[in-house]
Design a protein around this ligand. Structure first.
Ligand code: DQA
Length: 151
């Protein structure tokens, strides 16, 4: 069975209570439960990792080598300045989809630049929790195109 790793970076553990007017009321646990169900229906295994620490995120991405077929990542604020995360995503040779709950292009100027997105196949931003689900759909499509292994 194909495996997809969903990675969330700094402060995303506080979803549901953090700046609700921007990020909404849905918690990360609720998003992850919905992704698990979606994965079951699509015949893929979905696993989750969240950390507030750049190095831990990089270690997890390294550990995904040979174990995961796609990575969905919301790098949080690291999106805007972490060349180390960019390098890690490039290094592992696994298709990456970048997700943002908010439309980063409609906010502060410093959020408009993603240094990590060039390591991704594509980016989904501005659709709230739906973005993760769209990313999972895209990941399944990428995997099945590569391997013809999904139903
Ligand atoms: C975010 C956008 C980032 O700019 C911010 O630092 C986050 C969340 C989003 O999902 O909209 O932590 O990645």
């Amino acid at each position: 069975m194909a495996r997809i790793l969903v990675v969330n970076g700094p402060n995303l553990n506080l979803l549901g209570e953090r700046e609700e007017e921007i990020y909404g009321k849905v918690t990360l646990a609720e998003i992850n439960r919905a992704l698990t169900r979606q994965g079951e229906a699509a015949g893929v295994d979905v696993e989750f990792y969240q950390s507030n620490h750049e190095g831990d995120l990089i270690d997890q991405i390294h550990a995904a080598r040979g174990r995961f077929d796609a990575i969905i990542i919301n790098p949080g604020a690291l999106t805007h300045y972490s060349y180390a995360l960019y390098d890690a995503l490039r290094a592992v040779n696994i298709p990456v989809i970048e997700v943002h709950l908010s439309n980063i292009y409609a906010r502060e100027d410093w959020r408009k630049k993603s240094v990590t997105a060039p390591a991704a196949v594509g980016q989904i931003a501005g659709f709230g929790p739906l973005g993760y689900s769209l990313a999972l759909t895209a990941a399944c499509q990428i995997i099945s195109q590569k391997e013809g292994s999904l139903r």
